[in-house]
Design a protein around this ligand. Structure first.
Ligand code: HPA
Length: 263
């Protein structure tokens, strides 16, 4: 059984930290997903590059449902997901890692639930604290061991993309309480929660957001910071594994009492 998965965001396209790497094509009701599986410290870990291995899928066209369902079918109980983000807060600087604990959803076109009526029925899934507290604690402990500049908690504003935001949008998001802006955490975290899977977001700040940054935003700026951070984020995820409790006490799996999904 594969208990842990990593979803790699921008800049995290390969599972270099894993041994004995192989790929499997997992079919789901939402389409097929190529999942890489490898070993780390005697444990099997699944890996999916969210944008494809060549960054060929834009944020609004990612098949979030297929990705999360594929991991669910493989038996995954915890997901560590990386994401490049802009910062709305001058204290949160490029290169820092933030573990989001909340989101504000400004997406527009995405299929954001497994429950669209019919055979699946309709459910209204709790999202009070969407990002798993125990996974965030495990990552925080690993970050402390490594001496990283990290923060546990922050509000991730999810935009539709693929364009960056206007300065006025960023000003509004800031007034609403946003700390970070990115294009992918919603609906990924919501879908994981609907299936009772623990999910943590590791936001890597690549830039100050539009209107806060003194210059226009470019994808190459994002990629440059990610290039410098990729090894560190891989190390963080691997080092956190030993701190993920075997017997979880978080509320993530309780969602299954409502959805009745049999895992
Ligand atoms: N906005 C949205 N997504 C991003 C940004 C940003 O400033 N930086 C990296 N991903």
């Amino acid at each position: 059984m594969i208990k842990l998965a990593i979803i790699g965001g921008t800049g995290v396209y390969d599972p270099k930290m894993l041994d004995d790497i192989r790929t499997t094509v997992q079919s789901t009701p939402y389409g097929e997903v190529t999942v890489t599986i490898g070993n780390y410290a005697g444990e099997e870990i699944a890996f999916i590059p969210r944008h494809g291995s060549l960054h060929s899928v834009p944020p609004h066209l990612i098949n979030y449902r297929a990705n999360i369902m594929a991991l669910n079918i493989l038996g995954v109980k915890s997901i560590l997901a990386t994401a490049a983000v802009g910062s709305l807060n001058l204290d949160l600087k490029p290169g820092m890692f933030i573990l989001a604990d909340q989101f504000l959803d400004f997406t527009k076109t995405r299929r954001s639930t497994f429950y669209e009526g019919g055979a699946e029925g309709v459910i209204h899934c709790d999202m009070t604290v969407p990002y798993c507290k125990e996974l965030r604690q495990a990552l925080t402990k690993a970050g402390e061991d490594l001496g990283y500049s990290m923060q546990n908690g922050g509000t991730y504003v999810c935009t539709e993309g693929p364009r960056f935001e206007t300065a006025a949008e960023i000003s509004m998001f800031k007034q609403l309480g946003g700390d970070l802006v990115g294009m992918t955490s919603v609906p990924e975290v919501c879908l994981a929660r609907e299936l009772g899977i623990c999910y943590a977001n590791i936001s890597i700040i690549t830039n100050h957001a539009a209107g806060i940054s003194p210059h226009i935003l470019t994808h190459s700026e994002v990629l440059q910071v990610m290039k410098d951070s990729t090894c560190d984020v891989r190390q963080l995820m691997m080092d956190s594994i030993k701190y993920i409790p075997e017997d979880k006490k978080c509320d993530c799996a309780q969602i299954l009492n409502e959805t009745g999904v049999n895992k």
